[in-house]
Design a protein around this ligand. Sequence first.
Ligand code: EPZ
Length: 417
Amino acid sequence: MDEIIIEGGARLKGEVRISGSKNAALPILASTILASGTSTIYNVPDLIDIETMGKLLNHLGAKVDIETERVNVDTTNIKNPEAPYELVKTMRASVLVLCPLVARMGEANVSLPGGCAIGARPINLHLMGLEKMGAKVEIEHGYVKVTAKRLKGARIYLDIPTVTGTENLMMAATLADGTTIIENAACEPEISDLAESLKKMGARIEGAGENIITIEGVDNLKPVNYSVIPDRIEAGTFMVAGAITKGSIKLKDCIPEHFDAVMAKMKETGVEITEEDGGLRVKGVKSPKAVDLKTMPYPGFPTDMQAQMMALMTIAEGMSVITETIFENRFMHVAELRRMGADIKVEGNTAIVHGVPYLSGAPLMATDLRASASLIIAGLAAKGKTTLSRAYHIDRGYEKIEEKLSALGARIKRERE
Ligand code: EPZ
């Protein structure tokens, strides 16, 4: 497995282009199942998770060509309703083919994703919604088997505003007979992006991006050409990297209103963020102030940015209280940050961080995608050398991260094992 090696201390300078959003591209690629023919999705980042989605669509019978920043998917011959454990276990977002398969073929046999490093992550709400729409749902041998001649429109209340649950059920509803209303829907920008792509396919959707979404079922959809939004979490990650190294970097091709909460929190620490001809300028300060943060569903502070902000708080002035309300085990980065000299105490779903004057580089191990990002950020600011093993975790969600960071002046390289 690859290792990433960082010599800390360089102040980041220069410009970085933000890639397309992983969490918008994945549901949009899955949604191509809903229409027979060739769709082309643009601005798709070059990531392990995108390759996995491509393999899964191939397995279902689609012809997938992944080129630079775009993916062609020919779904004419989709005929296999099964998403196997071997693929699903490597990427939970595989569950996003469940509803498109039921809507297109009347059946799906998808391996249950199982837990992952950050939590149990059940899909009970996805399945509850499908049952409300008249589907038969059976769970056996670790697979969920769903059958429905044709789904019916229904009123679905989500106990939790689940992101992929909202996406799955919105896709199911596009071809259902009648109207579906999803209440307490997730409002993330990736939901709106999926809705825009579905509407281009002929779907009738109102309210995506708000917590009540209404979908009028149609008889069929047509293939689409669509370009996904930039990745707000990659943008936030680079903002923190610029801040923690006391550098000055410009983010290009990002949509600032997609990360208002992150910008507000960063500004609270004293980091300077200004709009600069079509991009965002981020300037770090000598000693950022400690701030409290609590992860919440969009538009609240995103859980996918919690680990990265914690890295910044480890060298901030004062005490920061960080509360993780979305996942039950999303502090895997704490033990590794502590090995770099951070002062962090975890009580349940709250981490208390006391800023220290500096971190020191250390051999670290990546455990999950955003924890890996946090450790890279910490390594950029630490004194001395940091090595991060199991770098494939970072490659799941960040396109060419060490190339982008070294172009900003970071002393970072990858050792291929
Ligand atoms: C999406 O995961 C993202 N993944 C995650 O990003 C992100 O952290 C998460 O939303 C929250 O914003 C993709 O979009 C591919 P949820 P998802 O369903 O949809 C519970 C990354 O780093 N829940 O919104 O799986 C669940 O256990 C990844 O890019 C149920 O109980 O998250 C969790 O505690 C990590 N039953 C909470 O809801 C369900 O049926 C939120 O989960 C569904 C979810």
